[in-house]
Design a protein around this ligand. Structure first.
Ligand code: DGL
Length: 264
């Protein structure tokens, strides 16, 4: 019998979007999931603006057509802060993006907010508009780090986090902020370690749960919640430590990574 569940496409440069996938799948296990990571152009936090936009548009539009996708999640802050308007103009299905949770963080903070994101996200006009509009009274300290993104990739493949290195990266926030935004989808994967370095007193906020609620609302026909949908995963280049990666992916319900080259 033909599969009747709605199908979601989740996009990121790497494994960070899996933190968003986990939140969505917890609410909607019955849906079919197709995850693509553009590891050929990773890290997105250091990618040129126009290259990023054209890669995301090409990959997402071709997958939407090929796999009969019902909803797209751009599970990447670095991409969402620049690609959403043009991508939405090209598609007739909902496109949900992830942007740094400055607004809730600022309303919860008593002292100051930290924004931990990629080097690109902290320079985006979109991010600075969020700060201007939603954090007028609380100062926002920015940290842009690709090394933190790499550390999340490494942890998912079973490697240990170097706490001295993590401490050095997060030093500008230590004892300076009482709320910190995880403004990159990779960072919830190393949330416990970030929490330990910043101390238990700092509240960490990410957008994952809010995105999952949005997806749940948009996909009104949810199907049989007792059935588990399909979980497939694609990459634009052969992933490093593919064996270790596939073990982690299997735990999340995915079949092994398949290669999906980008043809622009
Ligand atoms: N996970 C991505 C984000 O949310 C970007 C990581 C990267 O490739 O630099 O910003």
């Amino acid at each position: 019998m033909a599969h009747q569940q709605a199908k979601i496409l989740i996009f990121d440069s790497g494994v960070g979007g899996l933190s968003v996938y986990k939140e969505i799948v917890a609410k909607c296990p019955q849906l079919d999931y197709l995850y693509i990571f553009d590891n050929q152009a990773y890290p997105y936090g250091e990618l040129e603006h126009d290259v990023l936009v054209s890669r995301v548009e090409a990959l997402v539009t071709s997958l939407v057509a090929q796999y009969a996708i019902d909803l797209v999640v751009i599970a990447c802050n670095t991409a969402s802060t620049i690609v959403l308007p043009s991508l939405r103009a090209k598609l007739s299905i909902p496109v949900v993006g992830v942007v740094p949770a400055i607004k809730p963080a600022s309303s919860l903070a008593n002292q100051a907010v930290g924004l931990i994101a990629t080097p690109a996200t902290i320079t985006r006009p979109y991010t600075h508009d969020l700060i201007r509009n939603f954090s007028q009274r609380k100062p926002v300290e920015l940290i842009g780090s690709t090394r933190l993104v790499d550390m999340a990739e490494e942890k998912l493949r079973g490697q240990a986090i170097d706490f001295n290195e993590l401490h050095a990266i997060l030093a500008p926030l230590i004892n300076k902020v009482d709320v910190a935004v995880l403004g990159c989808t990779h960072f919830p994967l190393i949330k416990a370690e970030i929490q330990q370095v910043l101390s238990e007193k700092v509240m960490l906020i990410d957008s994952g749960e809010a995105i999952a609620r949005r997806v749940e609302t948009l996909l009104a026909t949810k199907g049989d919640e007792n059935q588990m949908g399909k979980r497939e995963i694609l990459s634009t280049a052969p992933p490093w430590e593919e064996g270790a990666l596939n073990i982690a992916l299997e735990e999340l319900g995915f079949t092994p990574v398949r290669y999906y080259p980008l043809e622009i």
